[in-house]
Design a protein around this ligand. Sequence first.
Ligand code: NAP
Length: 305
Amino acid sequence: MHDVVIIGGGPAGLSASIYAARGGLKTLLCEEKLMGGQIVLSYEVENYPGFPNGISGMELIENFTKQAEKFGVETSYEGAKSIEDDRECKSVYLTNGSCIKTKTIIIAAGASANKLGCPGEKKFTGKGVSYCATCDGAFFRNKTVAVIGGGDSAIEEALYLTNLVKKVYIIHRRDRLRAIKILQDRAMENKKIEFIFNTIVKEIQGDKLVNGILLENRKTKNMDRLAVDGVFIYVGNTPNTKFIEDLIKLDENGYIFTNENMETNIDGIFAAGDIRVTPLRQVITSAADGAIAASAAQKYIESKL
Ligand code: NAP
């Protein structure tokens, strides 16, 4: 029987595992893919305190992981398929069919990048369509690319791409960006970036590789073809809560409701990070959530002794 099983190895899950294991809890961290979640796709994290010159998402997560290992966190590279609550004994069913018994669970499975859903997106994924500028930007050196979206991710990644490519079009469906002002200002000042507002992508076109996108102006309904070699899509995220939706209370967008102790509607089951209803989704808030959830799990276990 574990004291705590943590589902998800992003900043929230890793931070929870550090606090839980350091607090003496028998801790298992389950991550089905790579440790780190979405932040490993970030070329540079410049707002996590303690790194005045910024740090890459990958390096930051390597540090989190080393710290977790130091305190003896057990890890499993299996995803969670479902969870069951039998009061003091909870079960986590993994993708390999095994069942882990635990006193508490911390759900920190994060969120996944949304798809645009237009024709050509699926066909050209990996052939000019990408969701990760840090991973794929280098393929487009001195070429022309489009970034779709107007949030922090779109603008930050567009700025990163200007270090590599000849030109970046940022295509946004409204006339105002959602991204924070400092990023907006940097993008507006960058000579390699051109904004196309009030516009949606109707189709991603190409032969073997992407060679253009069909755009529609939402106001005039005019259609235009824009020649690009690559399309980077940053149109928000969906929480990874499908596997717990029958048990845990979610909001209308699928995010988990918690209180300030990261408690969900089920005793002994906690949630942390991007997966929960929260006013800010950052590495620092996820890490803080993880710490609070682990401490609350420890108090819950002690209350049952
Ligand atoms: P986001 O804030 O949800 O922004 C998604 C963008 O995509 C919005 O501009 C949205 O348009 C647009 N969009 C959504 N669906 C679309 C569709 N079907 N077609 C065209 N455009 C569509 O997502 P995000 O930028 O990935 O950020 C997620 C969270 O991470 C946010 O809380 C953000 O602050 C945080 N984040 C922080 C940093 C940082 O601090 N350095 C970096 C990256 C992300 P509308 O604006 O019209 O809705």
